[in-house]
Write a protein that binds this ligand. Structure first.
Ligand code: NDP
Length: 328
């Protein structure tokens, strides 16, 4: 199709009228759409800042992979994790936040306005909130993926109460594994702590507490090599790495507590990260770059709860509001 007189620019204008051009400049861009990102969006939009959330390809964060959430206040009878995140998203959009399901591939925080790049677009903004969260480290077993949400869990606080009177496995030897194993003894008939070494990395006081707990049975120098079941987890195979002997345990659940990986690859050399890759906070939610803030599991490896992430999202948005008001 050729325009009669005017060349290609008119053709482009006709096919892509100016009013439909994608908006790429915002006051605030929030990267990540878990509880921290959505809460930050709600607060930024209510403070009348033009706000965009770049949610990544799989929005919703870790709660999308959980089943029932009983510990998020406001839901008397609990709520399914994916439903909670859909509700948060709708609430955020209703407040006026734009949400685009696109993944950030690079950021330029050297000059203002900041530039945020996705594979197809370049956005500009005056302030950024990093809320990309962290992902639980996986064991890498096929059964782990098959039984995710059906017996395999990465959060005892979230899922422990669903496993009353069952035998459970906790994998790992750090503070998280010991804390989770100890917590799970409130519900489980027995907790098998499976650790690949012959000593724990966890703090001494937590170790002592676990050793004194008769419900925890330790399996040293051991790995889970297979997870199986019908509709949900029923069995796990353990291999002793010293003797190469294998054994089968009948268990209802497997809690993997082998650490988390913060989702900060794209921020390497852009903001200060600690040795584990978590964003370093300088003053409340401020990062090493003025105008760039962080909220949720991307900086917080201690609490890692949906409600604490949401709280950090609120704090970051209030800090952004002050920053934008002062720097106008
Ligand atoms: P850590 O990195 O401290 O420990 C991870 C554990 O998982 C280690 O024992 C490690 O084994 C094991 N591991 C790692 N990869 C694998 C694998 N592929 N297969 C089997 N085992 C594996 O992580 P945590 O989440 O425990 O703790 C993170 C941080 O949070 C720490 O600083 C911790 O102190 C802190 N924390 C503090 C708490 C508290 O104070 N109440 C509670 C929870 C966490 P290996 O020992 O062989 O390396």
């Amino acid at each position: 199709m050729m325009a009669a007189d005017s060349g290609s620019s008119v053709l482009i204008e006709k096919e892509f009228p100016k009013s439909e051009k994608k908006k790429t400049t915002y006051d605030v861009i929030i990267i990540g759409a878990g509880p921290a990102g959505y809460t930050a969006g709600i607060y930024c939009s209510r403070a009348k800042h033009d706000t965009l959330i770049l949610s990544g390809i799989l929005p919703g964060g870790q709660l999308v992979n959980t089943t029932e959430v009983e510990n998020y206040p406001g839901f008397e009878n609990g709520i399914m994790g994916p439903d909670l995140m859909i509700t948060m998203r709708k609430q955020t959009e209703r407040m006026g936040t734009t949400i685009i399901d696109d993944e950030v591939v690079d950021v330029d925080f050297r000059h203002k306005p900041f530039k945020i790049l996705t594979a197809s677009e370049e956005y500009e903004c005056r302030a950024v909130i990093i809320a990309t969260g962290a992902s639980p480290r996986k064991l890498g077993l096929q059964g782990e993926a098959t039984f995710g949400g059906r017996g395999v869990s990465y959060c005892a606080t979230c899922d422990g109460p669903f496993f009353r009177n069952q035998e459970l496995i906790v994998v790992g030897g750090g503070d998280s594994a010991i804390e989770e194993a100890t917590f799970l003894t409130k519900f489980a008939s027995r907790v098998h702590l499976v650790h690949r070494k012959d000593q724990l990395r966890a703090s001494k006081i937590m170790q002592e507490r676990a050793f004194a707990n008769s419900k925890i049975q330790f399996h040293w120098n051991s790995e889970v090599t297979d997870i199986s079941g019908d509709q949900k987890v029923q069995k796990a195979t353990l291999k002793n790495t010293k003797t190469n002997e294998s054994a089968t345990l009948n268990v209802g659940g497997i809690f993997v507590a082998v650490g988390h990986i913060p989702n900060t690859k794209v921020f390497e050399n852009r903001v200060e990260l600690d040795s584990q890759g978590y964003v370093v906070l300088k003053d409340h939610t401020k990062t090493s770059v003025e105008g760039v803030f962080a909220a949720g599991d991307v900086h917080d490896h201690r609490y890692r709860q949906a409600i604490t992430a949401a709280g950090f999202g609120c704090m970051a948005a209030i800090d952004v509001d002050r920053y934008l008001t002062e720097s106008k």
